[in-house]
Design a protein around this ligand. Structure first.
Ligand SMILES: *[C@@H]1O[C@H](CO)[C@@H](O)[C@H](O)[C@H]1NC(C)=O
Ligand SMILES: *[C@@H]1O[C@H](CO)[C@@H](O)[C@H](O)[C@H]1NC(C)=O
Ligand SMILES: *[C@@H]1O[C@H](CO)[C@@H](O)[C@H](O)[C@H]1NC(C)=O
Length: 472
């Protein structure tokens, strides 16, 4: 057999599906897994009858690839990536290209791109979104590294990616860790939207006593709207409709209410804090997961804290699409995107990524978990104004906020009185209210800081730094 076009290290579900995708698109492939039995099982199973061969060692793997070699690593982030790079570097030659398709910490990718480029190898840190199905049928891909490395692998990525009306869901993101950073923030936005839909479910269930079937109908109706139509709304409806095969009741009610959080959500929030970008809706979703995992303490708390419970309140009804609740969901989802994108804008400035925001929105329109119709509006917003500081200032989004703010406010107010936590809705309301308040009370914070620490303050009516002896 002639040499293979493409190589894969790591036969997990994502790796298998990506290589089947590449092969279907005409790229013969060679696969390697540290456990050869795993490789054999794949070749005898899903990989059989295809232009896919196996390799018994990394050296064998490298020898079976045409040059310049193009190798995708789908293995655990962290040390395993460094170990694999070190092991395979012995056999690579100048111009060969390694792609890390996992969820690596972007600063690790920054370091690796620089190290590998010094050895004259290409290195791409590439975010891939779409889950197992997306990997097989067409994911959204966010490659970062040198432009040259990207050019070497562009033909392959174009064919493998999801396709939307204006092209494939992949584009050169930027240098060094840019691709992994954009994927990290993608996941942060995803955390936000998942929590928002969970809050909507909680309110429909606890305030209006709706069952899974009834809630799914609402989500299906929302999925028909430009503002909410999305993959996550669609699968939420499917989850709510699903019955426990045992007794025919709603299956979600049988699931333990604890959600973990892996690296990317946390990294989004850490980066935002470091870069001084407010991402309260995304942070609230992360914190919501952390609170959820404290099940024992919450159970204790429920038995000891009294307090007001004022029910019911108006979250709308099926005949009006649950209007206030729909408003809350729309604005909170917009806030998740707006905060994530604002973080990308700042990261682009700090790290000189030169991110093309409209192109990032384009890539997210298909294949990935946060794909939605709203992304077309987001793409348009950044196309018409590439230096937009925050989505809230785009005229279409401004109109949405003005129209839907009363709905969001009434949901948050009602939930507060009912004692139902709505961390993302509440954080979104505070975010928007802060954005529309030109004078915040931090003047008093400055006074306190000057009082106890002589930190000085600025005045609205005079230039300079001032200090006052506040306590006589
Ligand atoms: C080998 O395959 C397993 C999946 O069975 C995967 O989790 C692991 O990362 C792979 N490792 C390497 C080094 O190929
Ligand atoms: C939900 O909307 C998406 C478009 O965002 C569409 O592709 C999908 O078919 C819709 N799902 C349902 C169940 O109507
Ligand atoms: C950003 O990407 C779009 C394609 O999505 C392209 O049309 C546009 O020219 C790019 N802008 C810049 C400044 O490169």
């Amino acid at each position: 057999m002639s040499k293979a076009h493409f190589g894969l290290i790591g036969l997990g579900v994502m790796g298998e599906n990506l290589i089947l995708n590449a092969e279907r698109n005409g790229f013969s492939s060679v696969v390697y897994n540290r456990t050869y039995a795993k490789t054999e099982a794949f070749l005898a199973g899903r990989g059989s009858g295809k232009q896919i061969i196996g390799a018994t060692s990394l050296q064998d793997f490298v020898n079976k690839l045409e040059r310049p070699r193009r190798i995708l690593m789908m293995i655990k982030a962290g040390q395993p990536i460094d170990d694999t790079i070190n092991a395979i570097s012995l056999y690579l030659e100048e111009g060969d290209l390694l792609i890390d398709g996992g969820n690596s910490l972007y600063t690790d990718t920054e370091r690796r791109v620089i190290e590998l480029e010094q050895k004259r190898f290409g290195y791409i840190g590439m975010g891939i979104s779409g889950g197992a199905k997306g990997a097989l049928e067409g994911p959204s891909m966010m490659p970062g590294g040198t432009r040259q490395a990207y050019e070497d692998v562009k033909d392959l990525l174009y064919k493998m990616a999801a396709q939307v009306e204006d092209g494939p869901c992949v584009a050169y993101i930027g240098p060094r860790g840019a691709g992994h950073f954009v994927k990290t923030v993608h996941n942060g936005i995803e955390y936000g939207i998942e929590q928002i839909l969970a809050e909507a479910y909680d309110l429909m269930k606890r305030v209006d006593g709706m069952n899974g079937e009834q809630m799914a109908k609402i989500l299906d109706a929302w999925n028909e709207t430009e503002e909410l139509s999305s993959y996550l709304v669609e699968i939420t409806s499917a989850c709510l409709k699903t019955k426990d095969p045992g007794d025919g009741s709603d299956l979600v009610e049988k699931i333990v209410d604890k959600a973990g959080q892996k690296g990317t959500g946390l990294w989004t929030v850490i980066s935002a804090l470091e870069m001084g970008v407010p991402v309260p809706t995304i942070y609230a979703s992360l914190n919501g997961r952390v609170m959820s995992s404290m099940k024992d303490e919450r159970t204790l708390g429920e038995s000891i804290f009294g307090g007001p419970i004022v029910l019911p309140f108006d979250i709308g009804n099926p005949s009006n699409n649950m209007q206030p609740l729909e408003d809350a969901c729309v604005l909170a989802c917009m806030a998740s995107y707006a905060q994530g994108l604002a973080l990308l804008v700042e990261a682009s400035r700090l790290h000189e990524y030169n991110l093309n925001m409209s192109s990032i929105a384009q890539i997210w329109k298909g294949g990935c978990i946060i794909r939605s119709r709203l992304l077309k509006r987001i793409q348009d917003a950044y196309t018409s104004n590439p230096s937009l500081t925050n989505l809230v200032f785009d005229p279409w989004f401004t109109k949405q906020i003005n129209k839907r703010l009363p709905g969001l406010a009434s949901v948050v107010a009602g939930a507060s009185k009912a004692g139902i936590p709505t961390p993302c809705f509440s954080a979104t309301l505070d975010y928007i209210n802060s954005y529309r308040t030109s004078r915040l009370p931090q003047n008093l914070v400055q006074a306190m800081r000057d009082c106890f620490g002589a930190h000085t303050y600025e005045r609205i009516d005079q230039k300079g730094n001032f200090h006052t002896e506040w306590i006589q």
